[in-house]
Every structure is written in C-alpha cells, then in structure tokens.
Design a protein around this ligand. Structure first.
Ligand SMILES: Nc1ncnc2c1ncn2[C@@H]1O[C@H](COP(=O)(O)OP(=O)(O)OP(=O)(O)O)[C@@H](O)[C@H]1O
Ligand SMILES: [Mg+2]
Length: 423
C-alpha cells in the first residue's frame, strides 16, 4: 500500500509532537533536578554558616563566663564601696567610673554572646519603630551630608520581643555598612512593613523560622553592591573588604547573631545599583507583654544560703545581702550546700551558681528538691548554654534566674520574687 503525502505528513507531525513532548518532559525533569540541587547547596551553606557561628559562640561563651565572674567581683565591690560612702564623698566619682566601665564591659560580653544561639540576652516586649528612630538619630550624626536618610515606617504591628540595645547595634552595623558603600554619596532608605511569611518564602531567607506574621525591616543603600561571589563570605567573622584599620569584619556576624537570637530571619539582594537587607522579626502579641522591672533595692528579711565556687563572689554577695537585712550562710562546695540545706530547717531561699566544676547548680537544685519539693531557688550564671535553666525557670514558680554580673537591685528583686511569689 502506497502512503499519500498527506499521510506521511500526519505521521511526521505525530513523531514531531512525541519528540517535542519527550524533550519538554526531559527539560522539566532537568529543571526540577537543578532546583533541588540549588536548594541542597543553599541548605548546606546555611548549615555551614550556623556551624561556624556556633563554634565562635562556644569560644565567646567560654570567655564570657570567666569574664562575667570577674566583672561581678569588680562591680559588686564598687557597689559596696559606694554604699559605705557618705552621699557627698568626692571619691564617689571613682566608684561611678568603675560601675560605668563595668556596665560597658558587660554589654561587650553580651555582644560576644549574640554570636551564639544562647538566649542569655534579656528580651522584652518592645516597640521596633522606637528603636529604629533612636538608631537613625545616632546614625545621622556619624554620616556625611552627601548621604540622605529616608524613613518610611509603615508596619501597623511593630511590637516584637527583643532587646533594644542589640537591635540598635544591628541597625547601626547595617547603617554603617551602607554608609561605607556610598563613599560618593547616595540614599539610605529605612522602611518597615508587615508581611505574612509562608514556608515557601522562608526558604529564600537565611534562617529556618516558623511561618506567620512578621515585621519586615528593610535597609537599602544605593552603593556599590556586594559581588555575587562574596555573598557566602560576608557573614564570616573577620571577613572584610575594607582594609586594615577600616573594618574588622564583625558587623555582619553580629547582625546574624542578633537576628538568630530574636527568632528572625533575613534576605539580601544586591546588585551594582545597591544593596537591600530585609530582616524579619515575629510580631509579638499584646499578651506577651512583660511587666516592667522595678528599679528599687528591696529589703530582704530572710535566711539565704549561697553556693558559688568563687570565694570572692560569695563574700561580696554576702555583704550585699546583709546590707539589705538578710541573714546569710555561704559555701563554695555543692555537697556542703545540700547538707546544710538538709540540716538547717530555717533556710528561706537558696542562691546557686550554675557552672561549677564538680557538680552544677541544677544538679544541686534537683538534690534539694528531693529534700523539699518547694525549695525556693535563685540560679546565677554569667553564661550558660544549658536550656534546662530556661525550662526550670518557666515551669517552676519557686525558681528565678539572675545573670552575672548582677547588681544588688536585680538580686533583691529576684529574691523577693521567689520569697513572696511577686516582683
Ligand atoms: N551595604 C553593603 N554594601 C556593600 N558591601 C557590603 C555592605 N554590607 C556589607 N558589605 C560587605 O561585607 C563585608 C563584611 O561586612 P561587616 O559589616 O561584617 O564588616 P566590615 O564592615 O568590613 O567591618 P566592621 O563592621 O567590623 O567595621 C564588608 O567588608 C563589605 O565588603
Ligand atoms: Mg560593618
């Protein structure tokens, strides 16, 4: 049977359609594989970044622990000296200087700690817009006239759970980077808006966070941009393109740590026309609002047992508490503390250092609970990655936590909270 031209043409078209269809499927499959590969590479990069930050965090944490112990000794001694001086004593100037320097040093350690995932930074219900306004007025002082700052804070829900100083530090770091990128002048825009982050959108950001309602903070410059090949490096500690004496390469790692610490995430878009950092923080519901801390030193009419392996700190804390009316027993040995607690039935509250070489404060607390399930405890630490502290403080109404270096105000406020069940 002879085929007509028409039949040949139809056969040709069928083969063509089949071939094209197959090709199309192949291309689709390849595209899918490529997308999956890209996703895996991005996931691996995120993993490497968080590993790096964690090891820096551990290092910083180790230093912070000892450093905070020393600071507690210095600031405690200065506070005691001040308390013993007459109100017009000219030497008070010097104790003031010591206390201010201690405060700054304590801030420095908490900045070091934000490198890690550790939640040792005090956070509370706060207004992000207010923090941005404060940061802009600071930034405006340090920026040349050739740069215009534009502000557009449009988020309707701008309250988050955060730490004002940390967030200010983050905004300043991003602002100074933007300034450095616009040596010839340009515009820095600082904006906010509310966004709903879906799991799909989260995939394009740096951190794995829960989908939901976020405040987006956008800091945009019209500077030189960040070359694509540097995108993987800019969050590395000590990575800088600014040359010796100009940059330390610690700004963006700190930003990364602060964002992590606030359960946030971020995204960077950069081209030769400029750079946009978009940072997302979960919106805080009004009921998460926390009570403002009271600022007065409280009288403590109670018998307090203190355990700390640092004898100097023990002595200081004893002096501090006796000066506000407490009766104090001290020991540097965990086993002794348990024994004293077991035999002296009139101890009202126990203060336990968390990190100690032989037995940690949480283990001591567990032992004391066996003696008295309602034991009242204030845990103390300069640094800890032990998530059990958070858990215990949240779940046990008789336990509070005070971070070193502590001020007498904070110690008395936490003690009276466990003693009276109210702050
Ligand atoms: N907005 C920006 N535009 C262009 N490049 C940027 C921008 N932000 C960061 N970079 C690049 O990322 C690098 C790392 O930034 P990072 O803030 O960590 O360190 P630094 O600014 O160099 O030093 P430091 O912040 O410690 O003073 C910078 O050196 C710069 O190359
Ligand atoms: Mg910087």
């Amino acid at each position: 049977m002879e085929w007509s031209n028409r039949e040949w043409l139809i056969l040709f078209l069928i083969i063509l359609v089949l071939l094209l269809g197959r090709n199309y499927m192949l291309v689709r499959r390849l595209q899918k594989m490529k997308r999956r590969e890209n996703r895996n590479v991005a996931l691996l990069a995120k993993f490497n970044q968080s590993q790096k930050m964690e090891s820096i965090g551990r290092l910083a944490g180790g230093v912070a622990h000892d450093f905070n112990n020393m600071l507690t000794g210095i600031s405690g001694a200065a506070e005691m000296l001040e308390a013993k001086m007459a109100s017009k004593d000219p030497l008070k100037r010097y104790t003031d200087i010591i206390l201010k320097a201690c405060n700054r040093a304590a801030n420095l350690t908490s900045e070091l700690l934000v490198f890690s995932r550790n939640k040792g930074v005090d956070k509370g219900y706060m207004d992000l817009h207010e923090c941005i306004e404060d940061s802009i007025s600071l930034l405006a002082h340090g920026i040349s006239r050739k740069i215009t700052i534009r502000k557009s804070l449009k988020a309707q829900e701008f309250n988050i759970i955060g730490n004002h100083d940390m967030l200010q530090n983050m905004i300043m770091n991003l602002g100074f980077n933007a300034k450095d990128a616009m040596e010839e002048g340009g515009t820095m825009s600082i904006k906010t808006k509310n966004v709903e982050l879906s799991s799909r959108r989260i995939q394009n950001t740096t951190h794995k966070v829960e989908p939901g309602k976020y405040v987006e903070l956008i800091i945009k410059d019209t500077g030189a941009g960040i070359p694509k090949e540097l995108h993987d490096k800019i969050f590395d500690p000590f990575f800088t393109t600014k040359g010796i004496g100009k940059g330390n390469g610690l700004g963006l790692p700190a930003v990364y740590g602060i964002v992590t610490n606030h359960d946030g995430t971020m995204k960077i878009d950069s081209s030769a026309k400029g750079t946009v950092f978009s940072i997302y923080f979960p919106v805080a519901k009004a009921k998460e609002k926390r009570k403002k801390k009271e600022g007065k030193i409280k009288e403590i009419k109670a018998k307090v047992l203190i355990l700390d392996d640092e004898a100097i700190l023990l002595e200081l804390l004893k002096d501090m508490l006796e000066s506000v009316g407490a009766e104090v027993i001290t020991t540097t040995k965990p086993r002794d503390a348990i024994e004293i607690y077991e035999h002296k039935k009139d101890i009202d509250v126990v203060m336990l250092d968390v990190i100690m070489p032989t037995m940690n404060g949480i283990e001591v607390y567990e032992e004391m609970r066996k003696i008295n399930p309602n034991v009242k405890v204030v845990l103390m630490s300069g640094y800890t990655q032990d998530k059990r502290i958070d858990g215990i403080v949240k779940n046990q109404k008789n336990v509070e936590f005070v971070r070193k270096p502590y001020m007498i105000k904070e110690v008395t406020s936490k003690l009276s909270k466990v003693l009276n069940g109210a702050e």
